[in-house]
Design a protein around this ligand. Structure first.
Ligand code: HEM
Ligand SMILES: [Cu+2]
Length: 551
């Protein structure tokens, strides 16, 4: 094992390159991609697919915000508006954010970090991708053609009685669930079985710990959603009386089932974001991470406690006061492991000489935005306050701070961090930082006004509003344009780098985890020989870093 991290010039001058997974002469042409079982290629296909979903969901977001420029109907009536935010929310949740980090970056990076040749079940991995594609097509067709307008939550009794393609849409969610489960099973088995020699559980990078915890939730919680969707379809088809009160069912039961998955699912969304941040911060501070074990175990704690708090979505549903009190208390408890992470990240940064390259700027943005998202979650978890804030824009702002300010920002940071590894090309760092700044500013301009409006009583899911809210809605819409511009610049910056010759070195950031020890882009089988591990992750004391080691 090399314990000197070479300078970029020395890395560039090093040994002849081998054909990488993109140019491997044994695997050429479209067919080799469509039938690939290489985790890296599957990760790349997931990356393009989820980015496409993000683009579609983002365009819908801009359209929704445009309608909200003025009170009353601009170009969408109530019905169209409901369809538009359903399209936005459902695409963002089911097609983008749940698969994005685990299935795209996780697929690519996790086996490399473990020193493995591939995931444990490569064919299952490919199956998961195709199941995703089928589910995605079903979802988009049903919302666009069938005009689903239930919101992404499919609450009964509306969803059992309304027309539209709700049946097809819920079946698509059922199908997408399998894709997520397949990925989860694969990662659990990979982490247990394919770690490099010398890599015990506490030598695993924190990315792996968090993706592992996510995988456990994917495997345990997703079936509940699947069954709930099947019950909803049966109710619609046969009027059995499960959720519809008129025929003896209980609509609140649906909410229990739905949130028993969907609260853990918010951790399927945020844990992978935290996974990325735990990699970026030590690398750009050149420091051993502070509190490694606490960060690792807090991921597992989040995964477990996350199963016990679903009732906080139903404080206003007529739940008993005792149940509500317990759910409120447990909601505070689940905030503790997240706070542990934030404190440890901040401690790692304290006094370090921090390199402010693009990935690190995203990580710092994450810390600020996720903290706001998390703290406003405490407001909502407080029983009495939630009665006032429930179903207002405060909630909309809160979950956007967590999902976009947290997960999406971390995802962008991760894409910029591993881009040179994945494609062998370096993007323009200055442009990357400008884009990150615009995203940060635009994001806050979009969503801070929503906290204020929400606390003043602006309800969510309405296409119109009282005149008094107009200035803030307009401000929010302007903010969404800045945000959109930032994202477009980031995308153009990354994509245009693909036209360059392969100019990235193997380890541009002086990273210490195994993925940086193989060439960029990696060869088809990842490593030449079997790598082994003889130090803790992020152990910068074990490495000599010459002053010019970092670009
Ligand atoms: C590009 C920035 C974004 C903007 C401007 C935006 C804007 C909006 C707006 C205006 C609504 C409708 C609020 C309402 O009427 O209740 C909404 C709802 C929603 N958004 Fe976003 N959004 C953005 C990004 C995201 C991202 C990245 C995610 C998740 C990954 C997301 C998930 C959701 C969800 C789940 C809903 C709820 C839909 C529902 O009520 O069923 N959004 N968003
Ligand atoms: Cu929840």
């Amino acid at each position: 094992m090399a314990d000197v991290i070479a300078s970029p010039a020395a890395q560039a001058a090093k040994a002849p390159r081998h054909a990488d997974y993109l140019t491997d002469p044994d695997f050429k042409g479209l067919w080799s991609w469509l039938t690939t079982v290489d985790h890296k290629r599957i990760g790349v296909m997931y990356l393009w697919s989820t980015l496409l979903a993000f683009l579609a969901g983002g365009i819908m977001a801009l359209i929704v915000r445009l309608e909200l420029m003025h009170p009353g109907e601009d170009f969408m009536n109530a019905e169209r508006y409901n369809q538009a935010f359903t399209l936005h929310g459902a695409i963002m949740v089911f097609l983008f954010i749940i698969p994005s980090i685990p299935a795209a970056l996780g697929n690519f990076i996790l086996p490399l970090m473990l020193g493995a040749k591939d995931v444990a079940f490569p064919r299952l991995n490919l199956a998961s991708y195709y199941v995703y594609v089928v589910g995605a097509i079903m979802a988009v067709v049903s919302i666009v053609v069938g005009g689903v307008d239930t919101g992404w939550t499919f609450y009964t009794p509306y969803s059992t009685t309304t027309g539209g393609a709700v049946t097809m849409m819920t079946m698509s969610v059922f199908v997408l669930g399998f894709s997520s489960i397949f990925t989860g099973i694969n990662f659990v088995a990979t982490v247990h079985k394919l770690r490099a020699p010398g890599m015990g559980w506490f030598q695993m990078p924190l990315f792996v710990w968090a993706i592992y915890s996510t995988a456990i939730i994917q495997v345990l919680a997703t079936p509940v959603l699947g069954i709930t969707m099947v019950l909803l379809v049966m109710e619609r088809a046969f009027n059995i009386g499960i959720f519809d009160a008129q025929i003896g069912g209980d609509p609140v039961l649906f909410q229990h089932f739905f949130w028993f998955y969907s609260h853990p699912a918010v951790y399927i969304m945020i844990l992978p974001g935290m996974a990325i941040i735990s990699e970026i911060i030590p690398t750009f501070c050149r420091r051993t991470i502070f509190g490694y074990r606490l960060i690792a175990l807090s991921s597992v704690a989040i995964a477990l406690i996350g199963f016990l708090v679903w009732g906080h979505h139903m404080f206003t549903s007529g739940q008993s006061a005792l149940a509500a009190g317990i759910f409120s208390f447990l909601t505070f408890a689940v905030a503790i492991p997240s706070a542990i992470k934030v404190f440890n990240w901040a401690s790692t940064m304290y006094g370090a000489s921090i390199s402010l390259a693009t990935p690190m700027l995203y990580a710092i943005s994450f810390l600020l935005l996720f903290t706001i998202g998390g703290l406003t979650g405490i407001f909502l978890g407080a029983l009495s306050v939630d009665i006032h804030l429930h179903d207002t824009y405060f909630v909309v702002a809160h979950f956007h701070y967590v999902m976009m300010g947290g997960t999406v920002i971390a995802f962008l940071g991760g894409v910029h961090y591993w881009w040179p590894k994945m494609f062998g090309r370096m993007y323009n760092d200055t442009v990357g930082r400008i884009a990150c700044g615009l995203v940060f500013i635009g994001f806050n301009c979009t969503f801070i006004p929503q906290f204020i409006m929400g606390s003043q009583g602006m309800p969510r899911r309405y296409y119109t509003y009282l005149d008094q809210f107009q200035p803030m809605h307009q401000f929010s819409t302007f903010g969404s344009w800045i945000l959109g511009a930032g994202l477009m610049i980031a995308a153009v910056n990354l994509l245009s780098s693909l036209r360059n010759p392969k100019n990235a070195v193997d380890n541009p950031w002086a990273g210490t985890t195994l993925e940086w020890q193989t060439q960029s882009p990696p060869i088809t089988h990842n490593f030449i020989g079997q790598p082994s591990v003889d130090h803790d992750p992020y152990d910068y004391r074990a490495f000599k870093i010459p002053a010019d080691a970092v670009e």
